[in-house]
Design a protein around this ligand. Structure first.
Ligand code: 6PG
Length: 397
C-alpha cells in the first residue's frame, strides 16, 4: 500500500521515525504496519500476541476495522494484552479495556477467549501479580514468545503512545517502577495523571518485544519526542531520562509514528545536528575552485567528500574533496572574508537528498542573488536556504 509520508529517518539501526502530515495518514500507515507484523508473526510462530495501551492510541486502530483488514487478517490468531491498565471496573469510563472494546474489539472477529484483560475485582497489587502469572503461563506454551537474551516475554508487538511528559504505558518520569528489572508487570498507586492506581508492563518486558511502536501526535509532545530520540543529552537529566527514551529494544525494532507537530522539534534537531557534524564552512580571499579544494584538504574535522562555493568569484562551483580521511579541523580565519565555502561529508549529502526527496528541500535550479558585494548562489541542491552563511573559520564540532 502506498503511503504519504512527510519524511522518514533512520536514527539508529533498530529504530525508525515516521513523520506524517496528518493523523489520518498515521491511521493508514499504522494499519498497514500492524497488518504486516501480524502476518509475519502468524507465519513464523502461529500466533500474534499484541499489547495495547489506552489513551488516544485506540482510535488510531480504526482502519483495521475496515476493508480489507477486517476481512483479510487472520484474526483467530490474535491474542490481545494491555501494556497498562487503570485499576477501575471494566465498565468504568477510565478503563482501557472498555475503550478498546468499544472502539476496536467489538468491530473485528477476535476470539473473546484470546482477550486478556486485567482482573478488575482484585486490589491493584494482586491484579498485577495475576496478570504476570497469566503471561508466564502463556510464555510456557509459547502463545507469547520468549526473549533469547533473557527469560522475558517477547510480545510480537507492543503499541505505546507517549504522553507530553514522556511517559509510556504507565511508566512515568522519575518513578521507581522504571528501575524494576525482574518483575514483568507492576503496579503504581501514585500516577501523576488520574486515575492514580494503574498496572503496567515494566521496561524489561517492553524492551524484549519483537516490535515496539510509539505514537505521538500534537505539538505538546514535541519536546518529549526531541528528548526521547536525541543523541545528545542536552537539556536532559542524565540520571533520569524520559521513560520513552528508555524504550530501547534488545533484539527487536522500534518505530515512532509522529505527526508533523509532534516532530517539529525533531526536525530542528536534525538540521542542527547534521550541520554541526557533517558540514563545515571556511572563508577565503579568492574563492576559486582550486582554493576550495585546497581548503577542503586542510580545514574540516570529518572525512570531507566535497565542497561548494557559496559566494565569490566561482560561486556555484563544486567539486570533490582532496581531504584525507584522517585530517582534522584546524583553526582557520581570514581577516577579510570575501567568499564562503561549504565543505561536507558523505552523510550530509545523503541527509540532504532525503530531505529533498521528502519535500524538505527546494530542489530547484541554482538562483543567484546579490549579497554584500558577492554573488551568493543556492549553488547545489543541498544549499536550500537552510545552510547559514557563516563568515570565516571552521565551524565544525
Ligand atoms: O492508560 C493510559 O493512560 C495510556 O496507556 C497512556 O500511556 C497513554 O497512552 C498516554 O497517556 C498518552 O496519552 P495522552 O496523549 O492523552 O497523554
Amino acid at each position: 500500500m502506498e503511503r504519504e509520508m512527510a519524511a522518514s529517518y533512520e536514527p539508529k539501526l533498530n529504530s525508525e521515525i515516521r513523520i506524517f502530515e496528518s493523523s489520518d495518514e498515521i491511521v493508514t500507515d499504522l494499519a498497514e504496519y500492524i497488518s504486516q507484523v501480524s502476518e509475519i508473526s502468524v507465519k513464523e510462530r502461529g500466533y500474534f500476541a499484541i499489547a495495547l495501551s489506552g489513551g488516544p492510541l485506540v482510535s488510531f486502530l480504526r482502519k483495521l476495522c475496515e476493508v480489507p483488514y477486517n476481512k483479510t487478517l487472520d484474526w483467530s490468531k490474535w491474542y490481545i494484552f494491555w501494556s497498562d491498565e487503570r485499576a477501575v471496573a471494566k465498565n468504568h469510563a477510565d478503563s482501557n479495556y472498555k475503550l478498546t472494546k468499544e472502539e476496536f474489539l467489538s468491530k473485528v472477529p477476535i476470539l473473546s477467549g484470546h482477550v486478556y484483560s486485567i482482573n478488575d475485582g482484585a486490589t491493584v497489587e494482586d491484579a498485577a501479580t495475576d496478570y504476570e502469572f497469566v503471561i508466564r503461563q502463556l510464555v510456557k506454551i509459547r502463545t507469547i514468545g520468549v526473549s533469547e537474551s533473557n527469560d522475558c516475554p517477547k510480545f510480537d508487538l507492543i503499541l505505546l503512545s507517549m504522553g507530553s511528559d514522556g511517559h509510556v504505558a504507565s511508566l512515568f518520569p522519575n518513578h521507581q517502577a522504571l528501575e524494576l528489572k525482574d518483575d514483568w508487570v507492576t503496579y503504581i498507586t501514585d500516577s501523576p495523571q488520574p486515575p492514580p492506581e494503574r498496572i503496567t508492563f515494566t521496561l524489561p518486558v517492553i524492551n524484549s518485544a519483537s516490535n515496539i511502536a510509539i505514537l505521538a501526535t500534537g505539538v505538546d509532545k514535541a519536546n518529549a519526542v526531541h528528548s526521547a530520540v536525541s543523541d545528545s543529552s542536552d537539556g536532559l537529566d542524565a540520571a533520569a531520562p524520559l521513560p520513552a527514551r528508555m524504550v530501547q529494544p534488545t533484539d527487536g525494532k522500534l518505530v515512532w509514528f509522529l505527526d508533523k507537530a509532534a516532530a517539529s522539534s525533531l526536525e530542528a534537531l536534525s538540521d542542527d545536528a547534521y550541520q554541526q557534524q557533517h558540514l563545515s564552512y571556511a572563508s577565503s580571499g579568492s574563492a576559486s575552485g582550486d582554493e576550495a579544494a585546497a581548503l577542503s584538504r586542510n580545514h574540516t574535522g570529518f572525512p570531507c567528500v566535497g565542497w561548494t562555493i557559496l559566494a565569490g568569484r566561482d560561486a556555484g562551483a563544486s567539486g570533490p574533496s582532496l581531504l584525507s580521511d584522517t585530517a582534522k579541523c584546524t583553526a582557520f580565519a581570514l581577516s577579510t572574508p570575501v567568499a564562503r565555502i561549504a565543505m561536507f561529508d558523505a552523510e550530509f549529502i545523503t541527509w540532504r537528498a532525503k530531505a529533498i526527496l521528502s519535500g524538505g528541500g527546494r530542489g530547484e535550479s541554482p538562483a543567484s542573488t546579490s549579497h554584500g558585494g558577492d554573488d551568493v548562489h543556492d549553488a547545489e541542491p543541498w544549499n536550500d536556504g537552510r545552510i547559514p552563511q557563516v563568515d570565516g573559520g571552521c565551524s565544525s564540532k
